[in-house]
Design a protein around this ligand. Structure first.
Ligand SMILES: [Zn+2]
Length: 181
C-alpha cells in the first residue's frame, strides 16, 4: 500500500495530473482481465509477417480474435476500423456512438497491447527491417538506444501494440542519437 500512498501524495501536490491518473487507473481496471491471445509461436509469426511484409494483425485471419476480445467494450465495426487504421471510418463511428475519439483509441490500443503475447513483442534487426510494426502495422513513436551485445542498437517502439523492433543504425541519425545518450 506504500506505493499508493506515495502516488496519492504526489497527486495531491500535482492536482492537474489527477484527471489523467484517474483515467489510467480506470483503463487498467477495465483491461485487467484481458489476456494474451493464443497466437502462433514466434518462428511461425516471423515467417507469416516476412513473407509479404504484412503485419500479423493486418492479416484477415488474425483480426477476428482481436475483434472478439474487444467486442465487450467497443463496437466491433469500430475496433475493425481502428485495427485497419481507417481513420475516416473511426471518426464516423465515434461520432455516431458519441464516443470521445482520443480516449477510444487509447482504450483500444491498450487492449491490443495486452492481447499480444510477450514473446512476440521484441524483434531484432535480422527479423524485421521495416518502418512499421511487424505485429499491428502502426508507425513507431520513439527510438531508443540500448546496449545490445557489445555495441549499441537503435530500437523503435510501436505506437499501437508497443512492440519493439531493432532498427538498422545508419548515417547521422545513429551518430547523433549516440552522442545524446
Ligand atoms: Zn504494433
Amino acid at each position: 500500500m506504500g506505493k499508493i500512498k506515495t502516488l496519492e501524495s504526489y497527486l495531491a501536490e500535482h492536482e492537474f495530473l489527477r484527471e489523467a491518473a484517474n483515467f489510467h487507473f480506470k483503463l487498467e481496471e477495465r483491461l485487467s482481465d484481458v489476456k494474451p491471445l493464443d497466437l502462433p509461436p514466434r518462428d511461425k509469426v516471423l515467417k507469416l509477417v516476412t513473407a509479404e511484409k504484412i503485419p500479423l494483425l493486418q492479416q484477415e485471419k488474425f483480426q477476428a480474435p482481436v475483434l472478439d476480445a474487444t467486442e465487450r467494450f467497443l463496437p466491433r465495426a469500430l475496433s475493425k476500423s481502428l485495427l485497419r487504421q481507417e481513420n475516416l471510418s473511426v471518426k464516423k463511428i465515434c461520432t455516431a456512438h458519441e464516443l470521445n475519439e482520443p480516449l477510444t483509441r487509447k482504450l483500444f490500443w491498450a487492449a491490443v497491447d495486452k492481447l499480444i503475447p510477450a514473446e512476440l513483442k521484441t524483434w531484432t534487426k535480422d527479423d524485421w527491417q521495416e518502418n512499421y510494426c511487424p505485429i499491428c502495422g502502426r508507425r513507431p513513436v520513439l527510438a531508443q538506444l540500448k546496449k545490445f551485445n557489445d555495441g549499441r542498437a537503435r530500437w523503435l517502439l510501436c505506437g499501437g501494440c508497443r512492440t519493439l523492433w531493432q532498427w538498422r543504425c545508419v548515417g547521422w541519425t545513429c551518430a547523433t542519437s549516440a552522442t545524446l545518450t
